[in-house]
Design a protein around this ligand. Structure first.
Ligand SMILES: [Zn+2]
Length: 394
């Protein structure tokens, strides 16, 4: 794959954020927005609506990014407030409705506030950030709707559903395919074939592990456009996205694996594209709706979401790189960043692995070896698992 590197991306992005923050501060009165200091949770209100729907409103001292997900056994909704400090607003015990049993919180990664809503039943949550108005400041609203199962569900199917919900889903994306062979080795080895073979082995290893499920973006020698690959992963509700490639260079001596995450430049151009199609982007950032926001707020929220996703991608990439370093040479010792289109999902941590140089005769031989593919798949999966274990703190 061709790469564009943006060494000054971080600096540019910070400049851009500062600019957006200043513009937002104008919109929101005198509140200093997006400042480096921690935001506070100043209050929590819980209300039950007539239709079995519970609304939790978190009052915030400023806008902040959040992540929301559900967990089972027992059912709970987890809200991560990124860059928020611990709050006494959560120490009340009166937060109960027919759905909500209680609220807990803990500081996570020494920088974020994790709030756990303990529930009596499974819910479908929706969250959005409200801008300040004449009465209130920034508010994060979490609406929870009871999930209605069919009245007489077949038990096994129900259990299967539950099981499915607990699984970590990994999308494996073997690069190229069909009319696009990818890079070629001196002996004629095609990138599209070796990465598919590797992807299938990785899928088998993942599926043989309880709690994990893998989905391939292509099962055979098919050409699939880059955005379609992300769409396949999204349709499978993938938690992580791993694209597999083999590198090539004019010198046959160059060797080793490298791992890429999305660059900030790549992310911000994608944000611009998503804003242009805002009505389609409403389900794009982990249940955070964009359709009620003006373009500037939406773009800042997307930027923040992508920044967090890139951070997760870098962490995932680091773990995988560490494990790869035990089975092969590394071309780059740290995770690289580039604007690969296939890594641009704003809410799904995504990495691209250049497994080796197919242009290096020794590595070309290894890439074709089934034994080596197994070894490399094991290394990649063990990096993924380490990342997932670190992320699962609840
Ligand atoms: Zn490639």
């Amino acid at each position: 794959m061709s790469k564009n590197r943006f060494p000054s991306a971080r600096r540019k992005f910070i400049k851009k954020l500062a600019g957006a923050g200043a513009a937002l501060a104008l919109l929101g009165g005198s509140r200093p927005l997006l400042a480096a200091r921690k935001k506070a949770l100043t209050g929590v209100r819980v209300a039950q609506a007539a239709d079995d729907h519970t609304r939790v409103v978190f009052d915030l001292s400023g806008p902040l990014e959040h992540k929301l997900f559900t967990l089972e056994n027992p059912p709970r909704v987890v809200v991560d407030l990124l860059g928020a400090r611990k709050s006494t607003a959560l120490s009340t015990d009166s937060n109960r409705t027919s759905l909500l049993k209680g609220i807990r919180s803990a500081v996570r990664n020494s920088r974020d506030l994790r709030i756990v809503l303990d529930l009596d039943t499974r819910v479908r949550p929706r969250s959005f950030l409200l801008q300040p108005d004449s009465k209130s400041g920034y508010r994060l609203v979490v609406d929870m709707y009871q999930t209605r199962l069919s009245p007489t569900p077949i038990k096994t199917r129900r259990e299967q559903m539950r099981k499915k919900l607990e699984q970590v889903v990994i999308a494996i994306d073997p690069g190229h395919g069909g009319k696009d062979p990818g890079a070629l080795g001196h002996k004629g080895t095609r990138e599209k074939d070796v990465v598919l073979a590797l992807g299938k082995k990785l899928k088998a290893q993942i599926n043989a592990t309880p709690g994990y499920r893998a989905v391939l973006t292509r099962e055979g020698d098919r050409f699939i456009p880059l955005r379609k690959r992300v769409a396949v992963a999204r349709a499978a509700r993938a938690d992580l996205f791993v694209s597999l490639h083999a590198d090539s260079y004019k010198s046959p001596r160059v060797e080793g694996a490298s791992v890429y995450a999305l660059s900030l430049n790549g992310a911000s151009s994608e944000a611009a594209r998503l804003i242009a199609h805002k009505e389609n982007a409403s389900d794009l950032i982990g249940g955070i709706s964009l359709d009620d926001k003006d373009d500037l707020i939406a773009s800042v929220l997307l930027d923040l979401s992508q920044t967090a996703t890139i951070q997760d991608s870098l962490e995932l990439g680091n773990k995988v790189l560490g494990k790869l370093g035990k089975v092969c040479k590394l071309n780059k010792k740290s995770v690289q960043q580039a604007g690969f289109a296939v890594l641009k999902a704003p809410d799904m941590p995504s990495i691209l692995i250049e497994t080796a140089f197919i242009s290096n005769p020794k590595e070309e031989r290894r890439l074709k070896s089934s034994k080596y593919q197994h070894k490399m798949a094991r290394a990649i999966f063990s990096g993924i698992r380490e990342h997932v274990r670190k992320q699962r703190l609840v």
